[in-house]
Structure formats: structure tokens, C-alpha cells
Write a protein that binds this ligand. Structure first.
Ligand code: HEM
Ligand code: HEM
Length: 180
């Protein structure tokens, strides 16, 4: 029930998958919205504070997700060998893009040497700062990776829907129901 088996995902993997998916969608929308705000908007500072705090918490969740993935059996995927290979490449790429996005976000936020305050609960120190144009370069990288990640997520979601509606296999159901 809690752990994965070779037949399906356990509750923890499923909860982590959908928690991360919702958070990433929210951070993407918040990121696009907040960079357009004017200086006198009440959200001018609150928006990025929220974005950074949630982003750091997501990093912790993703760290746990990786540990969980490596300490659990991995369900065998459905489909032709080429499809299975492609799916696992996309999954690895999703992890790589997510971590690169969080690291580039950290580098934008700490470029001026300031720590990141996470919901006034704790702060993450600036370990790498002061490079020439660090804020601009990390900002551009962050923006490009964010768009790339969302494009890949759309492809990933379409593939899941294809499994469900065209192949009519259990791929999507397995990511929704721990017992099926
Ligand atoms: C930001 C959004 C998303 C991210 C980052 C993401 C990431 C991932 C990753 C990394 C895996 C591999 C699981 C693992 O072994 O760790 C996975 C599996 C899966 N995802 Fe997503 N996902 C997202 C959104 C979605 C959406 C919107 C759907 C459905 C419409 C979906 C359906 C699935 C399914 C069905 C699997 C299982 C695939 C299999 O068993 O081979 N995902 N996802
Ligand atoms: C999956 C996680 C994340 C997503 C999807 C995401 C998405 C975005 C997007 C779409 C933008 C707007 C880019 C633009 O149009 O210029 C943005 C900006 C920004 N993000 Fe993130 N972000 C994530 C994580 C983080 C993290 C972890 C941090 C910091 C710890 C961070 C810090 C920032 C900052 C400071 C900006 C403003 C950049 C600027 O002013 O140009 N982000 N993010």
C-alpha cells in the first residue's frame, strides 16, 4: 500500500508525483505573473518571496522523492520496448530539468549574497554569489528551463492519456490508485 511493487506505485510515490506536479504548475504560473508586476504593486515583493519559499520546499520534497524512488522497486512499464525506453528517458529528463530549475532559481536569488528566507521559518545561505552578471544569466537559464520543462510535461501528460484512451492499459490508473 505505502511502497511500490513491481506491479504498481505505492501511496507515497503517487502522493509525491501529484504534489510535485501541482506545485510545479503553480510555481510556473506564479513566476510568469510575478515578473510582470509593477514596483508599486503589493505583490511586487510578496510574489517572489512566495515563489522562492515554495521552490525551496519543493527542492526538499524532490530530494526525498529521489531517495524514495531509489529505495523502492520500480513498476514495470507497459508498451513496446521503444516506448518504454522513451518513457524512462523522459522521466530522467524531467528530474534533471526540475533540479536545474531549482538550482538556477537559487543562483538568481542569492546572486547579491543574500540568503533565502523560507516562510520566516528558516533560511538558506548564499553559497555561490558575486559572479559577473550572475542574476541575469541565471535568470535567462531559469526562464528557458521553465519553458522546456513545461513542454516536456505536456508531452509526458499526452503520453499518459494515450496509454489510457488509445492503448487502454493501466499506466494512468496505476498513478492514481495504489491498489490497482
Ligand atoms: C509537472 C508535472 C509532472 C512531472 C514533473 C511529472 C514527473 C513524472 C516522473 C518523474 C515520473 C516517473 C516516476 C518515477 O519513477 O519517479 C512520472 C510518472 C508518471 N506520470 Fe508524471 N509528471 C507530471 C505530470 C503528469 C500528468 C499531468 C500526468 C497525467 C495526465 C502524469 C502521468 C504520469 C504517469 C501515468 C506516470 C507513470 C508512468 C509509468 O508507469 O511508466 N504526470 N511523472
Ligand atoms: C519547479 C520549480 C520552479 C518553476 C516552475 C519556476 C518558474 C519560474 C518562471 C516561469 C519564472 C518567470 C521567468 C520569466 O519569465 O522571466 C520564474 C522566475 C523566478 N524564479 Fe522560479 N521557478 C521554480 C523554482 C524556483 C526556485 C527554487 C527559486 C529560488 C530559490 C526561484 C526563483 C525565481 C526568481 C528569483 C525569479 C525571478 C527572475 C526574474 O526576475 O527574472 N524559482 N520562475
Amino acid at each position: 500500500m505505502w511502497r511500490n511493487t513491481h506491479q504498481g506505485y505505492g501511496l507515497i510515490s503517487i502522493a509525491l508525483h501529484w504534489l510535485v506536479a501541482l506545485t510545479v504548475a503553480g510555481l510556473f504560473a506564479l513566476g510568469l505573473w510575478m515578473v510582470e508586476l509593477g514596483y508599486y504593486d503589493p505583490w511586487y515583493r510578496k510574489g517572489p518571496d512566495l515563489h522562492r519559499s515554495i521552490g525551496i520546499l519543493l527542492f526538499l520534497v524532490m530530494g526525498f522523492r529521489l531517495i524514495w524512488r531509489w529505495s523502492n522497486p520500480h513498476p514495470v512499464s507497459a508498451g513496446k520496448p521503444l516506448e518504454i525506453k522513451l518513457a524512462s528517458i523522459v522521466h530522467v529528463l524531467l528530474y534533471i530539468l526540475l533540479f536545474s530549475l531549482m538550482i538556477s532559481g537559487y543562483l538568481i536569488s542569492t546572486a547579491d549574497g543574500r540568503a533565502i528566507d523560507v516562510f520566516n521559518l528558516f533560511s538558506i545561505p548564499a553559497l555561490i554569489s558575486g559572479f559577473d552578471n550572475q542574476e541575469d544569466i541565471a535568470g535567462l537559464v531559469h526562464q528557458i528551463i521553465a519553458y522546456g520543462l513545461i513542454a516536456l510535461v505536456v508531452l509526458h501528460a499526452l503520453a499518459a492519456l494515450k496509454h489510457h484512451f488509445i492503448d487502454r492499459d493501466r499506466t494512468l490508473k496505476r498513478m492514481l490508485n495504489p491498489s490497482s
